[in-house]
Design a protein around this ligand. Structure first.
Ligand code: ZN
Length: 88
């Protein structure tokens, strides 16, 4: 079962965190966990980022490199550790 990744921006710090979830059929293409991968921010105070919702792992990695350093390093590294543990 592939994971769905959603990027959200924290209102206060403007730091972007990644939320893991599962693809669903209805009513939205995916859900997301109440906490980000790094367990830091609260989803309630975070904003969706356009075109960064319900991405697959590959798309999430691309999006993370597109956004750059505003993305939380803990969340980003998770994308790579789940993909290929031996690559880094
Ligand atoms: Zn994070």
């Amino acid at each position: 079962m592939p994971k769905a990744y959603t990027f959200k921006k924290e209102k206060d710090t403007h730091e972007i965190h990644i939320y893991e979830g599962n693809f669903t059929d209805t009513p939205t293409p995916c859900n997301s966990d109440p906490q980000s991968i790094c367990k830091d921010p609260n989803k309630a105070t975070s904003l969706n980022i356009p075109n960064a919702v319900c991405l697959n792992e590959n798309e999430a990695r691309q999006k993370a490199s597109e956004i750059g350093r505003n993305v939380c390093g803990v969340c980003v590294s998770h994308l790579y550790t789940t993909y290929k543990k031996s690559s880094k």
